[in-house]
Design a protein around this ligand. Structure first.
Ligand code: GGG
Length: 372
């Protein structure tokens, strides 16, 4: 029996190619794993009306970790139109399987390392080494949304909104509501995860990213909790910044920052900005980590226009696999994989199109595997 059971979730589009490429390096590492395929994504939606079928949910309950490629998401009306004819008009609603997976398995930490590997021609600045902790289950992604707005909710909100109620008197379909919901528990555990990480890896500073001066209830609470949590980590400096200012300051001086922690939406935004500073989509990867399960993925989507061309950069998925190995306690394999990847980047002989080269997805993976 293999030491680890890994759910293998390629998804669709280029997800399939980057996962195939990643398997080349994992196999070269002699990683003792059984890989169990799970259906997820657009094909599952079109075929069976569920982008995250129950059998895949069951699989995720019985594995040590999962590696996930990429999926396509489309707006509700397009999603409905692409269902097989027998399922159209049956009231099925498309919901992002990524958000569902994070919420169902309480994968509350989204961990995104941001490292400028030497020699990467896409580095905004050499030497960038940041880590973003994004809360992964709450906030504007809680999924509590209303369009059209129910009458009872409209009346309650009108009564409660003393200062400014631009929606008062509007018909239910003339506006929409998405709720930003943050809990004390959810805020505290992500901030604690960031501080624990900083303490464990000798990082000096944790910057809380928020908009507490305007979004007072939720972000105000997030910041207050961060200040409380920080008291337990005297060796780690607490810093905070507004999300809007942060997007400028990060570009102006990325070396002022170390570990960043943010509620879901700001974390999503800031981590993409950070990923672009170290090479963009081909280098952005994340771990969705809970108490019982962790799912690792490139942060890019399914890029349908490149699907099937064996062209895209698989490094983000390969580094996601590296993080999975770390999480499983396979430290020496993880280190070897990161070193082999860094060496290929530094040598500059094998580069995919995004890096200015013409290597294929598979050639990039083979070059990394050759260094293992
Ligand atoms: N590997 C990440 C990925 O596939 N992202 C695509 C995406 O974000 N889709 C929107 C969604 O379904 O949440």
């Amino acid at each position: 029996m293999a030491k680890f059971r890994i759910a293998w979730l390629p998804g669709d589009g280029i997800g399939v190619e980057v996962m195939d490429a990643t398997r080349i390096v994992l196999d070269r590492l002699d990683f003792d794993a059984e890989y169990i395929h799970g259906d997820i994504g657009w094909d599952s939606w079109c075929r069976e009306g569920d982008a995250f079928p129950a059998r895949t949910i069951e699989l995720l309950g019985n594995v040590d970790a999962a590696l996930f490629g990429a999926i396509t998401s489309k707006p509700a009306k397009t999603a409905e139109a692409e269902l097989v004819p027998g399922l159209r008009g049956t009231g099925l609603l498309y919901r992002s399987p990524i958000v569902r997976m994070r919420q169902l398995f309480d994968l509350y930490t989204c961990l995104r390392p941001i490292k400028a590997y030497p020699g990467n021609p896409l580095n905004f600045r050499d030497g960038i080494d940041l880590v973003v902790f994004r809360e992964n289950t709450e906030d504007l992604y809680a999924g509590v949304e209303f369009a059209p707005v129910p009458q009872r909710l409209a009346e309650t909100l009108s009564a409660l909104s003393k200062n400014f109620a631009p929606f008062a008197g509007l018909a239910p379909d003339e506006y929409a509501i998405s709720c930003k919901i943050n809990t004390r528990k959810g805020s505290e555990r992500i901030v604690r995860a960031a501080f624990d990480f900083a303490q464990k890896f000798g990082r000096k500073k944790v910057t809380v990213v928020h908009k507490a001066n305007v979004v007072r209830a939720t972000d105000g609470m997030f910041l207050e909790i961060a200040k409380e949590v920080a008291k337990g980590y005297p060796g780690v400096q607490l810093d905070d910044a507004n999300i809007d200012a942060m997007t400028m300051w990060l570009l102006k001086n990325p070396f002022n920052y170390d570990v960043l922690v943010a509620p879901n939406l700001y974390g999503d935004i800031i981590s993409d900005l950070c990923a672009q500073m170290v090479g963009g989509l081909g280098f952005g990867y994340s771990g969705n980590i809970g108490e019982k399960l962790a799912v690792f993925e490139p942060t890019h989507g399914s890029a349908p226009k490149y699907a099937g061309q064996n062209k895209v950069n698989p490094i983000a998925t390969i580094l996601a696999a590296k993080m999975m190995l770390e999480w499983l306690g396979e430290a020496s394999r993880a280190r070897a994989l990161e070193e082999a990847t860094a060496a290929v980047i530094a040598q500059g002989r094998v580069r995919t199109y995004d890096m200015g080269g013409s290597a294929t997805t598979r050639e990039m993976a083979e070059a990394i595997a050759a260094g293992l």
